[in-house]
Write a protein that binds this ligand. Structure first.
Ligand SMILES: [Zn+2]
Length: 116
């Protein structure tokens, strides 16, 4: 049994041949795929995919790259999404990565997300 633990199946790259992607993964022995949301919207899409396909599960979160564009309150919608039984984790929230991303964008302000 193989488990793909970090995929972004909600990305538009897969829109045209999504079923083919899943078929090829199954043929290669991948029995489960964890699709990671990178924003609240992306997390919603990951949950929708997990609800639709029994071999897909969702991880939700806001990737540091999208943190500056995110709404002030991402915790409330993520907390709601986290109640879904198809959600198996919170991800894409690395603090070190936030610093790197903000440095790369020349931004001094930091957004801080704390999940309690
Ligand atoms: Zn990722």
């Amino acid at each position: 049994m193989l488990i793909e633990t970090h995929a972004h199946l909600d990305y538009p790259d897969f829109a045209n041949d999504f079923d083919d992607v899943l078929r090829r993964a199954t043929e290669a022995g991948v029995t489960r795929i964890i699709s990671i949301g990178t924003s609240v919207e992306s997390s919603r899409r990951a949950v929708e995919l997990a609800e639709k396909y029994p071999n897909i599960f969702a991880v939700i979160g806001v990737h540091p790259t999208y943190a500056l564009q995110a709404a002030e309150d991402v915790i409330t919608p993520l907390r709601e999404l986290a109640k879904n039984p198809r959600v198996v984790g919170i991800g894409e929230i690395g603090i070190i990565e936030v610093r790197v991303c903000l440095y790369q964008h020349g931004v001094r302000e930091r957004k801080k997300f704390t999940i309690r």
